[in-house]
Design a protein around this ligand. Structure first.
Ligand SMILES: [Mg+2]
Length: 135
């Protein structure tokens, strides 16, 4: 599982979903959580924090957002050599369920269909971690 010091970026256009995700993360012991309201803001934060001491180490992003969707944020992230192995978990609604193949091909570490339980959330993060850090 990701260590508690992991710097996490939570991206969703709905403040209530960001709060929900943050509360799950805090309950799991994570302390370094940043948030963004859309993909553009997330990309700016990723670029700004791209130093060894502040580098974001996990992105949890909604799919459907204004300005830049989660899938497009993911594609941007994966085109940058710095971020090819950055764990990236997509939050999707039922409506995007048919598009998850696109997400997998684009390099999503995991996807979580909303609404989700704390247990599912934690399990998906564990799987995402294993995918990146355990051969
Ligand atoms: Mg949304």
């Amino acid at each position: 599982m990701f260590p508690p010091e992991t710097r996490i970026l939570v991206v969703d256009d709905m403040p209530s979903i960001r709060d929900l995700v943050k509360s799950h993360l805090k309950a799991m012991g994570f302390k370094h959580i940043q948030e963004a309201g859309d993909g553009e803001e997330a990309l700016r934060l990723l670029i700004q924090s791209n130093t060894p001491s502040s580098k974001i180490q996990l992105v949890i992003s909604d799919w459907n957002m204004p300005n830049m969707k989660g899938i497009d944020l993911l594609k941007h992230v994966r085109t940058n050599a710095e971020w090819t192995n950055l764990p990236f978990v997509l939050l999707t609604s039922e409506a995007e369920r048919d598009q998850v193949t696109e997400a997998v091909l684009a390099g999503a570490s995991q996807y979580i269909v909303k609404p989700f339980s704390a247990k599912i959330f934690e399990d998906k993060l564990k799987t995402a971690f294993q995918k990146h850090f355990k051969a």
